[in-house]
Design a binder for this molecule. Structure first.
Ligand SMILES: O=C(O)CCC(=O)C(=O)O
Length: 284
């Protein structure tokens, strides 16, 4: 029997993704590279007088050439290609910062909720700009839960929840066999859009920062009537389901900021439309 060859992942890792819905960790960049990117992110936060926290954490690949470099890195795209094929768009990107000692957490959820992707086949590469050990609140997943399909979520507004709509699984599920996905600065993990996961507050002494980059095959479409943007990062698009995204040339220049605001606005409209205009329940 001829074994299929892959660009980055081993056959065992591809089989694990199919069976368990995740792969972790995968080496990509040096610790020094990751530290350099963290320094750029934090310099921007200081200059703006605002952290890239909830409400300001979407689509930084449209603002910063250094994030554009990460999302196009062959170390990541080769692994993504092994899972979803050679024609790839970047559908969404969130920065996930957790300050030490803060209550910031991510509730149990599936990424597919409010993404309206058909088929629901997107894969998220979570790229660590800092170490993300268990005590810093790395992701925790329910192996095999990606096979359950889309589960029901409720919107529970809680300012500490980093999810923009506060979505949380509204059905009971077995938490006895959960697995943590610790990663070191420069490594990444991969998870399926239906995988049930969460992350707890950061109890370490350093900040925990990662980029959650959601990639889709160009054949996938977003079923929302709001037409959103997505960046072609590898291969070709023979389907035309998305409007293209502009690659940043300058560090958060006026054109970058204008296009970023446009794309984030459409993405939020799509999310709201998918949530059916529901008002979130206040948790605290
Ligand atoms: O960064 C985290 O703690 C959660 C990230 C997450 O939920 C995701 O990338 O899908």
């Amino acid at each position: 029997m001829i074994q299929k060859t892959y660009k980055k992942l081993s056959p065992e890792q591809v089989a694990q993704y199919e069976r368990d819905g995740f792969v972790c960790p995968v080496d990509a960049f040096s610790r020094e590279q990751a530290q350099g990117w963290r320094a750029q992110l934090e310099a921007f936060e200081r200059a703006e007088g605002q952290k890239m926290a909830r409400g300001h954490n979407f689509k930084p690949h449209l603002l910063f050439p250094w994030v554009d470099e990460i999302v196009h890195a062959p170390q990541i795209l080769d692994a993504v290609e092994d899972l979803i094929g050679p024609d790839i768009r970047l559908f969404h990107l969130s920065v996930w910062p957790k300050d030490p000692g803060s209550g910031a957490y991510v509730s149990w959820h599936q990424d597919s909720t409010y993404f309206a992707l058909e088929p629901a086949c997107h894969v998220t590469a979570w790229v660590a700009l800092t170490d993300a050990p268990i005590e810093a609140g790395c992701m925790e997943v329910v192996p095999g839960s990606h096979k359950l399909g889309q589960l029901r979520h409720a919107e529970m507004q809680d300012t500490d929840n980093l999810l923009s709509r506060g979505q949380e699984l509204a059905v009971d599920f077995d938490r006895s066999g959960t697995v943590y996905m610790p990663v070191k600065a420069g490594q990444f993990s991969l998870h399926h859009t239906h995988l049930v996961h969460n992350s707890r507050p950061n109890r370490s002494s350093d900040r925990r920062i990662g980029l959650g980059i959601s990639y889709i095959p160009t054949s996938a479409r977003c079923s929302s009537p709001v037409r959103v943007t997505a960046m072609l990062v590898r291969g070709e698009d023979r389907f035309g389901h998305f409007d293209d995204e502009r690659r940043p040339q300058a560090l958060a220049g006026p054109e970058e900021r204008a296009f970023h605001a446009h794309a984030v606005g459409l993405f939020r409209q799509m999310n709201a439309e998918q949530a059916g205009g529901k008002v979130a329940t206040v948790k605290r």
